[in-house]
Design a protein around this ligand. Structure first.
Ligand SMILES: [Zn+2]
Length: 345
């Protein structure tokens, strides 16, 4: 019996059904049973039907299907551009240094309306779950200075209603930190309620927060996400790719996996773990084995790989040797049997 009850992978950069089915068969042979389809603004505008056909094919082949709002409004994680921001310049975030920043504000009614349309399109495809993927408000660091979002009129009004005083101009005090956390929480909560309502409770909600970053950059905490009733699964993505200091991959991965499992179990949700599947330098492919071992030792039984075949479909984040990365991941996953989770030494 296999240790993992869910093995998934993200799939993007191809909208050709015939080629997708070839990949799908290969994934099935390699032991995967779940797939995440990215659904960007460009997809929504031009390829909605293609994504729907790919979701249907995935289900026909027995896969559990997830979908994410890939970089929609540049609010979520992902490498895609935003037409919403071009058409709605007043919905951009306003940073504490007075700059308009090209990321949609989570409190802006136009953006919330747009996300409802996105949710309508996504759930109509019959996906099993929506992944709210790294939602956050903007923060920019320059030397010792930090500019944070958002001070737009909607955010200022919301802050003033809660705090009965004007929002700080520059200083990011505890009330601002809490306001940013509350904003993400209320956004994910409202969107999750909406998804459950329009799908008659058939579509689940998952959330993953930026993991390899400080609390201020992450914006919201896992405990806040865990407190949302309509969220079914909580995830971490401890990608060392974004870290400068050459971290201990096993330690980083174990700590993230054990942490999310603890919070998820406490709140009656399913934990999941995103394995870095992109951006491997030549000779570092063995890190995939360490991260998988860490997830297993921590006892997280839902593992997802971002993304398919070592990221070779996107040159900016591709691995030096994507084929070897993918082979290492698949071979390691196949070798994991239903052994007991272990405490790290
Ligand atoms: Zn705002």
């Amino acid at each position: 019996m296999k240790f993992f009850n869910q093995l998934g992978v993200s799939y993007f950069a191809n909208r050709h059904l015939k080629h997708f089915i070839t990949d799908l068969k290969s994934l099935k042979k390699d032991g995967f049973n779940s797939i995440l389809h990215t659904f960007s603004e460009e997809d929504m505008l031009y390829s909605s039907g293609n994504v729907r056909d790919m979701v249907k094919a995935s289900r026909d082949y027995g896969f559990t299907t997830w979908i994410n709002p890939w970089a929609v409004g540049r609010v979520f994680g992902g490498e895609a551009l935003s037409n919403f921001l071009l058409e709605n310049p007043l919905a951009w975030q306003l940073l504490s240094d007075g700059r308009r920043y090209p990321t949609a504000c989570l409190n802006n009614p136009s953006f919330r309306g747009y996300m409802e349309k996105w949710s309508d399109a996504a759930t109509n495809m019959g996906v099993d779950a929506v992944l709210w993927d790294e939602p956050r408000l903007a923060i920019r660091h320059k030397g010792k200075k930090t500019a944070w979002g958002c001070r737009c009129p909607y955010c200022r009004e919301s802050y003033e209603m809660k705090n009965l005083r004007a929002m700080p101009m520059i200083k990011m005090d505890q009330t601002v930190i809490k306001f940013r956390d509350d904003t993400v929480k209320s956004f994910v909560s409202d969107m999750s309620i909406y998804v459950k309502r329009i799908s008659n409770n058939k579509t689940k909600n998952s959330v993953v927060l930026i993991t390899s970053a400080g609390d201020l950059d992450r914006c919201s905490g896992m405990d806040s996400m865990a407190s949302i009733k309509q969220v079914d699964s909580l995830g971490v993505g401890p990608y060392w790719y974004w870290m400068n200091n050459n971290p201990d991959v096993y330690k980083l991965s174990y700590s993230a996996a054990a942490g999310v499992k603890e919070i998820a179990y406490r709140s009656g949700k399913t934990p999941h773990f995103w394995l870095q599947g992109f951006g491997y330098k030549k000779g570092t492919e063995g890190n995939a084995r360490l991260a998988i071992k860490a997830a297993v030792d921590a006892g997280v039984r839902s593992l997802w790989v971002w993304g398919y075949r070592g990221g070779e479909m996107m040159s900016t984040s591709a691995s030096d040797r994507p084929g070897i990365v993918w082979e290492t991941i698949v071979k390691t996953l196949k070798s994991v049997t239903n052994s007991k989770p272990q405490q790290p030494k």
